[in-house]
Design a protein around this ligand. Structure first.
Ligand code: ARG
Length: 465
């Protein structure tokens, strides 16, 4: 029996699909990314079908051999994708039937493209999450190495982008370590929700064949099985959750980018990025532009956009599957590719960042970054903090008129603001004194930065083993 239109679903149709509707509805141009996952799913499904007696051993063998040659054709770029066959699933199934005939037509028994596509997406995403987490690990290690070398490098810490207090550059870098560590943990946690199997839900209600979902899940390495067939085919939470996690990572990369862009400007000159990560200007010969962080900052926009696209895609859909869901692919694939590229380029670039130690130091001497230390000193001598705040305010006002830092005032000048000030004051209001004083868990003293790096390295050992 042949159908007049599409031989995979055209039985009840009398007219062929409109030519443009075919193009409009096809997803194969982008969902072919799922091809190997689709084949993996089909192998497991067919194996389970043969184990429950729906396919003979011989039929299974023909199906598996056929799928193996399709894999080969795809790897070699010889597979002919056809828009007429709409999507990756029907392209592969049609080719299988071409290769092995009848058994190919039996593969779809007890399955629907609805549970098939949801399964493919999860198989795809769990692989991508692992690749992404490996890139995060590389970035985390690079941050630790850089922080190790810069733990005693002093830079101004900022609030409101105004110089606030001296901090160790290593400590500042470890703040990013914390962000990306949380990102890693979030992706790890999401893995268990991604690694849940929809297969067996069929179109939405399950199937009348005595399928063994546990067996298919075992063959595919799924930890869990979607508990409700309707939810199984309509749930795209896992893609949204991934895109939300991706947006957080991009937001962190973007903040880091923003700092690198500022810091590498002639005005800050805190860091130098190597030529290999920068570009020049076609008109201004002096320019060296930080393209990599700028692009990463820019790409954050599209990753955020993809998240909103998916949330909006899902918000109005009645249960269960709707064709709308075909629109979940491009935002997800784009997010995966963009995120992987941004993490990769950052993990490559971080080890090349050169701190301009002297500029950072002289910049820290501007802006009265140890004023709090002078106040704390007076408090330790018995003055209430509010009064100390006032005294130091006066001292800062005076230092401004002299164009000097507090630590550059003479002992006599300092004593004119409070007579309890003694010669040891310079141990407190020098940059090193200020830094070393913050010697507690999570503080910026180089000793603490060392301890934090050690703890972080131990943590990473656990993550990669
Ligand atoms: N290409 C479709 C998608 O991406 C596959 C599932 C189609 N299912 C259907 N009932 N039309 O969602």
């Amino acid at each position: 029996m042949t159908s007049k239109t599409n031989h995979l679903w055209g039985g009840r149709f009398n007219e062929p699909t409109d030519e443009f509707v075919k193009i409009f509805g096809a997803s194969v141009t982008f969902d072919k990314v799922l091809a190997f996952y689709d084949i993996q799913g089909s192998e497991a499904h067919a194996t389970m079908l043969s184990e429950i007696g729906v396919l003979t051993k011989d039929e299974l063998k023909q199906i598996l051999d056929g799928l193996a040659s399709i894999k080969d054709e795809i790897s070699k770029g010889q597979f002919e994708w056809s828009i007429d066959l709409e999507d990756v699933h029907m392209n592969i199934e049609a080719r299988l039937t071409e290769i092995c005939g009848l058994p190919g037509k039996k593969l779809h028994t007890g399955r629907s493209r609805n549970d098939q596509v949801a399964t493919d997406m999860r198989l795809y995403l769990r692989d991508q999450v692992q690749t992404i987490n490996n890139e995060i690990l590389r970035l985390l290690n690079a941050l630790l190495d850089l922080a190790e070398g810069e733990k005693s490098t002093i830079m101004p810490g900022f609030t409101h982008l105004q110089a606030a207090q001296p901090v160790s550059f290593g400590h500042h870098l470890l703040a990013y370590f914390e962000m990306f560590k949380r990102d890693y943990e979030r992706l790890e946690d999401s893995y268990k929700r991604i690694n849940t199997m929809p297969l067996g839900a069929a179109a939405l209600a399950g199937t009348s064949y005595p399928i063994k979902r546990e067996r298919t899940a075992e063959l595919l390495g799924f930890d869990r099985i979607c508990a409700n067939s309707i939810d199984a085919v309509s749930d795209r939470d896992f893609t949204i959750e991934f895109c939300a996690n991706a947006s957080l990572i991009m937001m962190h990369l973007s903040r880091f980018s923003e700092e690198l862009i500022l810091w590498s400007s002639a005005q800050f000159n805190f860091v130098t990025l190597p030529d290999s990560f920068c570009t020049g200007s076609s008109i201004m010969p002096q320019k060296k532009n930080p393209d990599v962080p700028e692009l990463v900052r820019g790409k954050t926009g599209r990753v955020n956009g993809n998240l909103i696209a998916l949330l909006t895609l899902m918000k109005g859909q009645p249960l269960a599957y709707n064709k709308d869901n075909q629109e979940d692919k491009e935002p997800l694939f784009d997010t995966v590719e963009t995120l992987q590229a941004c993490l990769r380029v950052f993990a490559d670039m971080v080890p090349t960042i050169k701190a301009n130690t002297e500029t950072m130091r002289s910049s820290t001497l501007k802006g009265y970054t140890t004023a709090t230390d002078l106040a704390d000193y007076l408090v330790k001598k018995g003055m209430p903090f509010r009064d100390a705040h006032d005294v130091v305010g006066n001292a800062v006002a005076y230092a401004i008129t002299q164009s000097t830092d507090l630590s550059e005032l003479s002992l006599e000048e300092l004593q004119s603001f409070d007579s309890t000030i003694e010669a040891d004051i310079f141990d407190f209001i020098s940059l090193e004194g200020s830094l070393n004083a913050r010697n507690h868990l999570g503080g910026t003293a180089p000793e603490q930065v060392s301890l934090a790096i050690k703890a972080a390295r131990n943590l990473l050992k656990g993550a990669s083993s």
